[in-house]
Design a protein around this ligand. Sequence first.
Ligand code: PEP
Length: 251
Amino acid sequence: MSNRSYYIAGNWKMHKTRAESAELAQALVSQLKDGKHKYLVAPSFTSLETVSAIVEGTNVRLGAQDCAAEEQGAHTGEVSVLQLKDLGVQTIILGHSERRHTYKEDDALINKKVKLALKHGFEVILCIGELLEEREAGKAEEVCETQTVKGLEGVSAADLSNLVIAYEPVWAIGTGKTATPEDADAIHAFVRKVIGKLYGADAADKIIIQYGGSVKPENAAQLMAKENIDGALVGGASLKTDTFVPIAKFS
Ligand code: PEP
């Protein structure tokens, strides 16, 4: 990978109480303090304040798993960028496949969130990825291109420097099935080309593209060895230090 640095992120999804989140965050801060890569944890909204106090000033960034598409207002159950900023959140994961498929978020809504988060100075991790039937129908590239182009509509080249893409084939998320390093790298290379068409070769070379989908200590190094894979967005294996730390410190 050119000069890009590795970025390993943990998405804790709807797991852990505040006490459990604090325990994991404390252990990660201590075990990753000599880590060479960029790190992030994304706890549930309810644990953000607790984890924020633990990761502040360390090499572990604080992420949220989603945000509302509006700044504030009558949106029962939603959480705004202003509230996330107030808690010390630095990064927002958007367009996760569970948001897209379980909660029916479309590209237009995700794009609105992406622009709002970038406007408020957050780093954004934009998740893209095809369903199994789309891959089997030979449509993986088409789906990833559409999600990338529509997700980034109206995003300036300057704002792109605050944006990371996570390629997460939906069939690999939480299933134990991982894309082969070759298959994942091929999509990463393709998405990099899409970024090149939109923003030019330099932006394409610089953008960090994480892989997500059953990343484990056993497969992290092979995935990271690929030219176009610049890190990982980790779900299940991010819930324990025993599995997240070896991924974060892969060699
Ligand atoms: C995810 O949900 O972003 C993810 C990649 O999950 P898992 O690692 O459990 O497949």
